[in-house]
Design a protein around this ligand. Structure first.
Ligand code: FES
Ligand code: FES
Length: 162
């Protein structure tokens, strides 16, 4: 097996080619490519700060080898929206005070996105389960759960209008 290979990651819709050693994680490579919105907390799958979507599924990028993402779609929190096109989840986190230091927020939002894609009307228990791999050390979870309920409502309304 070669120790390095060229991989193409489709990050937020943009193809990025990079030569990667076999042991390098998706988290390391994304940050190397400038995607510092993907946070590094524990690097062992405990905190969820590094969560991104890989072909629409939430993964801890610190536990995912970059080679595994070759040719696949990677979505980070900035791929959901930004100041000019805020995603309902991002807006709800702001509105409900779902972030204090904000370090966990990109991972929380990506885990919530995966959850709402699968279940547009989750109960609080469903949200707890969906976010069980994401830790927040400062906001407390009540506001985060309120933000996700609120975003779910907005997304349902948007779907009904279309
Ligand atoms: S940095 Fe990946 S789970 Fe903590
Ligand atoms: S807002 Fe600080 S860790 Fe969650």
């Amino acid at each position: 097996m070669p120790s390095k290979k060229v991989v193409t990651l489709h990050v937020n819709g943009e193809a990025r080619e990079i030569t990667v050693p076999a042991h390098r994680t998706l988290l390391e490579v994304l940050r190397e490519l400038g995607h510092v919105e993907v946070k590094c907390g524990c690097e062992k799958g405990d905190c969820g700060a590094c969560a991104v979507l890989l072909d629409g599924e939430a993964v801890d990028s610190c536990l995912t080898l970059a080679w595994r993402a070759d040719g696949r779609a990677v979505t980070t929190v900035t791929g959901l929206g930004g100041p000019d096109d805020v995603h309902p989840l991002q807006a709800a986190f702001i509105e409900h005070g779902g972030a204090q230091c904000g370090y966990c927020t990109p991972g929380m939002i990506m885990a919530a996105k995966a959850l709402l894609d699968e279940d547009p009307s989750p109960t609080t228990e469903d949200i707890k389960r969906g976010l069980s791999g994401n830790l927040c050390r400062c906001t407390g979870y009540t506001r985060i759960f309120s933000a996700i309920h609120s975003a779910a409502r907005t997304l349902r309304e948007q779907r009904d209008v279309v």
